[in-house]
Design a protein around this ligand. Structure first.
Ligand SMILES: *[C@@H]1O[C@H](CO)[C@@H](O)[C@H](O)[C@H]1NC(C)=O
Ligand SMILES: *[C@@H]1O[C@H](CO)[C@@H](O)[C@H](O)[C@H]1NC(C)=O
Ligand SMILES: *[C@@H]1O[C@H](CO)[C@@H](O)[C@H](O)[C@H]1NC(C)=O
Ligand SMILES: *[C@@H]1O[C@H](CO)[C@@H](O)[C@H](O)[C@H]1NC(C)=O
Ligand SMILES: *[C@@H]1O[C@H](CO)[C@@H](O)[C@H](O)[C@H]1NC(C)=O
Length: 294
């Protein structure tokens, strides 16, 4: 919320987590609030472009179903569309699995995005380490993540919460601080790149943000919701489709909870039932009843 008034986003942790949750005080870290935060320059190491022809960049994952047995794998290629395939396997699997996804592009004023891939991998086992590879056919890159325990078990599970991250030097410190915690999934409460602070909402700053956050977001799910800095509606430059950059780059598993709105959905993860509701989203009683029943 570094830019004054910001979006208000409600995330409710329901069910047993309310009862058993005892996070305690996990840190004495306080961000520097005295100097005005400065964005990291475009050539900063935090934004380094991975080497190799058409190498996947901005890799990030988010839960792909209601209970944690699927993952949406997303990445960007810039030289050519390349493959939408994800190859994945677990510690114990004797074979590799392949999933196919889709590729998207968008334009924003005079910016043209890279090739934005989203591929959902399914039928994952709980509590298991999975490795995955993207960039098939060109430069490949490998990452890993750990699936959550089965829903409903009374097991400890640690969520992180970050919002308003931006891409300042302080953002970098904040992310490092989070990486040194034991968070295994991140609830992202809106306001991602702050690209809209730049003239013409310079969408290059969406790409730098994607590369910056990859070092965490490729290895554990970041559960997304939209804030006011994602609106990117600007009549003066003819951009009239709200949330275009965010929606194209960050998918959510809203259909798995029978929602019809990408910014209103729920996921279950270990002991928690997380309800994501952005104030910009339509939501209805009928859908609420639906969620309540599951
Ligand atoms: C699975 O894919 C990885 C990465 O391409 C490869 O190193 C490994 O040998 C493959 N395993 C099997 C069983 O094919
Ligand atoms: C987009 O337009 C702005 C303003 O004219 C200019 O500064 C910028 O370099 C342009 N960017 C591209 C990618 O053409
Ligand atoms: C990059 O990968 C795609 C998809 O596998 C393939 O069709 C294309 O020929 C590759 N490009 C090069 C230059 O190898
Ligand atoms: C960002 O943080 C990483 C990890 O601590 C560090 O290696 C890198 O040098 C930092 N970059 C900047 C521009 O602060
Ligand atoms: C993370 O977990 C380890 C092992 O339980 C513990 O030693 C460490 O203090 C924890 N770190 C934080 C920041 O909570």
């Amino acid at each position: 919320m570094k830019m004054g008034y910001s979006s208000f986003v409600a995330i409710a942790l329901l069910m047993s987590v309310v009862v058993v949750c005892n996070g305690g005080k996990t840190s004495t870290y306080v961000r520097n609030l005295i100097e005005k935060p400065v964005d990291m320059p475009l050539d900063s190491d935090a934004f380094a472009i991975p080497p190799g022809y058409n190498a996947p960049q901005q890799v990030h994952i988010t839960q792909g179903d209601l209970v944690g047995q699927a993952m949406i794998i997303s990445w960007v290629t810039v030289d050519e569309p390349g493959s939408n395939q994800v190859i994945y396997w677990s510690d114990s699997s004797l074979q590799n699995f392949t999933a196919e996804g889709e590729v998207f592009t968008y334009t924003y004023y005079n910016y043209t995005s890279g090739f934005i891939h989203h591929t959902t991998i399914t039928n994952l086992e709980f509590d298991t380490t999975y490795y995955y590879e993207v960039g098939i056919g060109n430069t490949t890159r490998q990452f890993w993540f750990i699936t959550p325990p089965e829903v409903g078990l009374d097991v400890p599970y640690t969520f992180g919460i970050i919002g308003d991250l931006g891409q300042t030097f302080d953002s970098n410190t904040t992310l490092t601080h989070y990486q040194n915690s034991n968070g295994t999934a991140l609830l992202y409460v809106g306001d991602l790149s702050y690209a809209d602070d730049y003239p013409y909402h310079d969408n290059v700053r969406w790409d730098t943000w994607g590369r910056f956050t990859e070092r965490s977001a490729a290895y554990q799910p970041w559960i997304w919701t939209a804030g006011n800095h994602e609106i990117d509606f600007d009549l003066q430059i003819g951009e009239t489709q709200p949330f275009k950059p965010f929606s194209t780059r960050y998918h959510t598993p809203y259909e798995a909870s029978q929602s019809t709105e990408p910014f209103y959905y729920s996921i279950k993860r270990g002991p928690a039932h997380v309800i994501v509701l952005a104030t910009y989203s339509a939501f209805g009683k009928a859908k609420y009843v639906n969620l309540h029943d599951t």
